[in-house]
Design a protein around this ligand. Structure first.
Ligand code: HEM
Length: 410
């Protein structure tokens, strides 16, 4: 049914929309009028060959879908809401090798294994090394005087954190970073990453990780790779499962954290009272509010395994359901004045890391640590950092991305 508040043909996964903005007013209109709304799409536009998907806009409904994997599958059509329309069904199905696109019980098996690398103890063990990294990144940027915050500061720590976590040797990191960067942002023509370059980079990264896994299996070291691949029969990963896990980390842990940091910086620079407050008090609630405010992943999707109802809508078996975290995080039924950037917001039950349930972000503690470390370093080293240009947004169907933010490092 057309929504009177939306222009005809509006599509909540249209990359041209996100190149300019996240459609928050349109989400607000839907939350009030039709909170679970059918977004028609010309046949096949999203790569799935169907006619549209449901837009889930309320906090409560996003949580409900996320926590019912038996009704809402991540595997049937993957979690990615819009692929390039030229993707074949086989290529889409191949995405199920990564855990984000698996259902129970397969998902539970892999998740249980990889979780061992993400215990509070493993993350705490990275803290000192990452603090030093964050301080070096910021000190080097300061020497430049002015520059692009995204490349100078926001990109580097997430890459280093994943490399550190996995135990990738220092000499290999430039190659890993290059592959990771090529795999993301395929929707943006300006970045000139063709699909072929992107998929070659993914293949090279997987093969690198498989080799690393095989080497550690042969000769274990004190790192997560060794722990995850040590003995398959005791419920560990085989080298190719490890390869796909590293691929997921390179996508899930990079662009997301990079954009949280960039949007966080932009929010501080446009809300100077919050920056003053941060420099003075360093509230422990800051990183969570940055993630709510930024909501780097605008949406993921599920597919109904049976006819069901959600928020009053009748959903048919096989239909896709979009979880619009960006809308849930601005739901006034849950957040008082969601339009205000408030680093002391507490409680802050945002869904930026997912709506709970089996796929809830595995790297949440690491992401929060990285955000804390980088803003502490910035506040200590360049307290008067200032905007030198407007953010240039990424063209993407589901990421709230910024590809350039010029600042003065003072
Ligand atoms: C601010 C930064 C981040 C944001 C906003 C974010 C967001 C998300 C979201 C929305 C999901 C899906 C949740 C769901 O479907 O219910 C997810 C899953 C995941 N994230 Fe994150 N993430 C961030 C950082 C990271 C980092 C640093 C890592 C690891 C290094 C990571 C690893 C993962 C993995 C492995 C999954 C898949 C989990 C599964 O399928 O079981 N993420 N993340």
């Amino acid at each position: 049914m057309p929504c009177p508040a939306l222009p005809d043909g509006f599509d909540f996964t249209d990359p041209d929309v996100y190149e300019h903005r996240v459609p928050l007013p349109e989400f607000a209109a839907l939350r009030q009028t039709s909170p679970v709304w059918w977004n028609a799409q010309p046949h096949g536009i999203a790569g799935f060959g169907d006619d549209g998907y449901w837009v889930v806009t309320r906090h409560e409904d996003v949580k409900e879908v996320s926590t019912k994997p038996e009704i809402f599958s991540a595997a049937l059509n993957t979690s990615i809401i819009r692929f390039n329309a030229s993707m074949t069904r086989d290529q889409i199905d191949a995405q199920r090798l990564i855990m984000l696109n698996m259902d129970p019980p397969e998902h539970a098996r892999v998740r249980q294994i990889v979780q061992r690398g993400f215990t509070p103890r493993s993350i705490r063990a990275l803290e000192d090394a990452l603090r030093t990294r964050a301080q070096t990144i910021v000190a080097e940027a300061k020497l430049k005087g002015t520059g692009d915050f995204v490349t100078d500061i926001a990109c580097e720590l997430p890459l280093q954190a994943i490399a550190e976590l996995i135990g990738i040797p220092q000499d290999d990191r430039t190659r890993i970073f290059d592959w990771s960067n090529k795999m993301i942002a395929y929707d943006d023509p300006e970045l000139a990453i063709t699909e072929e370059v992107g998929s070659n980079a993914a293949a090279e990264l997987i093969s690198y990780a498989m080799n690393l896994a095989a080497a550690r299996k042969e000769c274990p070291a004190k790192d997560i790779v060794s722990r995850l691949v040590a003995a398959e029969d005791e419920g560990n990963l085989v080298p190719d499962e490890f390869g796909f896990f590293v691929l997921l980390l390179a996508v899930a842990g990079n662009e997301t954290t990079r954009n949280a940091i960039t949007h966080g910086m932009h929010a501080f620079l446009t809300h100077p009272d919050q920056w003053e407050l941060y420099k003075r008090d360093r509230p422990a609630t800051t990183a969570e509010e940055i993630v709510r405010w930024a909501t780097p992943v605008v949406s993921f999707q599920r597919t109904a395994t049976q006819d069901t109802t959600l928020g009053g809508a009748q959903i048919k078996k096989g239909q896709r359901v979009g979880l619009f975290y960006a809308s849930a995080n601005n739901d006034p039924d849950v957040f008082e004045h969601p339009e205000i950037f408030d680093i002391t917001r507490d409680p802050n039950p945002h869904l930026g890391f997912g709506g709970g349930g089996p796929h809830f972000c595995l790297g949440k503690s690491l992401a929060v640590l990285e955000i804390d470390l980088i803003f502490n370093a910035i506040a200590d080293t360049m307290p008067d950092i200032a905007l030198a240009g407007e953010p240039r947004r990424l063209r993407s169907a589901w990421l709230n991305g910024v590809k350039e933010l010029q600042v003065m490092y003072v």
